[in-house]
Design a protein around this ligand. Structure first.
Ligand code: FAD
Length: 334
């Protein structure tokens, strides 16, 4: 494989309900930095039916080019059809790097494309950089149970690919004066050629907690000792208008539902304020909350690793400190 034939950074533009999903805009921000460092263009790949107008949004968030596959056969996401479009586009235009959101769709598509193209894919990347001269993507993620950060390289194949979780990268500020080039693409694919059919889309009716959108999170860990002890977290969250988060150990103890778990196997969050109570600060927890605006930790062990990653720390017993905080906020609110 002649690696020098491959140039440019691409972002798979995932969309839902007529809008590009936030993680794709974040990846345009990250992709822009990589492309600028390399001096190559940034492109989006947009697949769907009636999605042409979304290209403008991609330009406003940093794309120079959008490759568009707009056809009824792409109305609903299906691995087979989307994968064939991406592969055809890669074979024609030869990008050096492709980034996907680590969403259900992004993960499914990226792994199918990687398998077919026999190239490398780093999943759940938390940091991205590129070697300016060679274009080698440096995709970092927690590895070996999260005890170390590994930087993964794809030295012999192109395109090099990565999935990135929502909220890890930052979108550029919108610039509605930015324009780009829309390139229409097509592949000879008919509905009859695709093995899977979407019969019905059933939307989840249960209201989900949106930890990733919360401005204030009060998170509790194993240090709360019991389900009853964990109620302290709910009370403080209520007093300061926050959403409840948790470490995996608190979830595994059955004190709270998995939807509240922050971290590598939970949700990645970036609230303005993150209060970590009775949480030791394991790397798998930190990767999910370390980009929060202000982090306050309460832990009775002054040596707890969380104190290395917080802006303010209170070394003490949560059962003494948190009730005082609740009282103080209730007095202020009253
Ligand atoms: P502990 O590590 O047991 O810490 C409890 C803390 O509470 C201690 O620091 C202690 O000093 C303090 N404490 C005790 N009593 C009090 C008190 N009265 N007042 C104040 N402080 C007190 N973890 C996650 O959180 N999210 C993930 O997504 C995640 N994914 C993982 C994925 C993998 C592949 C692996 C291997 C692990 C993962 N983990 C994850 C688990 C992670 O390694 C830790 O085990 C977990 O985060 C620890 O939870 P904790 O801090 O609540 O518990």
């Amino acid at each position: 494989m002649n690696l020098d034939e491959y140039k440019g950074v691409w972002v798979f533009l995932e969309h839902q309900d007529g809008k590009i999903v936030p993680v794709s805009l974040e990846l345009l921000g990250a992709g822009r930095k990589l492309a600028d460092k390399r001096g190559v263009p940034l492109a989006g790949i947009l697949i769907g039916e009636g999605v042409r107008q979304l290209a403008a949004t991609a330009f406003h968030y940093g794309a120079d080019t959008v490759y568009l596959y707009d056809d009824p056969v792409f109305r609903d996401y299906r691995t087979e059809s989307y994968m064939r479009a991406v592969i055809a586009c890669v074979e024609k235009h030869k990008p050096e790097t492709i980034l996907y959101g680590a969403t259900s769709t992004g993960k499914d598509l990226a792994s199918a494309v990687a398998t077919d193209l026999e190239t490398g894919l780093t999943a759940d990347t938390t940091m991205l950089d590129v070697d300016e001269a060679t274009g080698l993507l440096e995709a970092s993620r927690p590895a070996f149970g999260g005890n170390i950060m590994a930087t993964i390289l794809c030295k012999k194949h192109r395109p090099q690919m990565a999935t990135v979780r929502p909220k890890v990268m930052k979108a550029l500020p919108i610039d509605t004066s930015r324009k780009g080039e829309l390139i229409e693409e097509s592949i000879p694919l008919r509905e009859e050629d695709i093995r899977t059919k979407v019969l019905k889309i059933v939307r989840e009716t249960q209201t989900k907690i949106r930890l990733d959108e919360a401005d204030i999170i009060v998170a509790g860990g194993k240090g709360l000792g019991s389900k009853e002890g964990f109620q302290l977290i709910h009370r403080l969250a209520e007093a300061i208008g926050g959403t409840v988060g948790a470490s995996r150990d608190a979830v595994e103890a059955g004190w709270i539902d998995h939807a509240h778990q922050v971290g590598q196997t939970g949700v990645t969050v970036t609230p303005k304020l993150y209060v970590a109570i009775g949480i030791s600060g394991a790397i798998q927890h930190l990767v999910g909350m370390q980009n929060s605006g202000l982090i306050i930790a309460i832990n009775k062990d002054p040596q707890a690793p969380i104190f290395q990653s917080c802006h303010y720390g209170i070394a003490g017993d949560a059962f003494e400190i948190v009730p005082m905080l609740i009282d103080a906020f209730q007095v202020t609110a009253g």
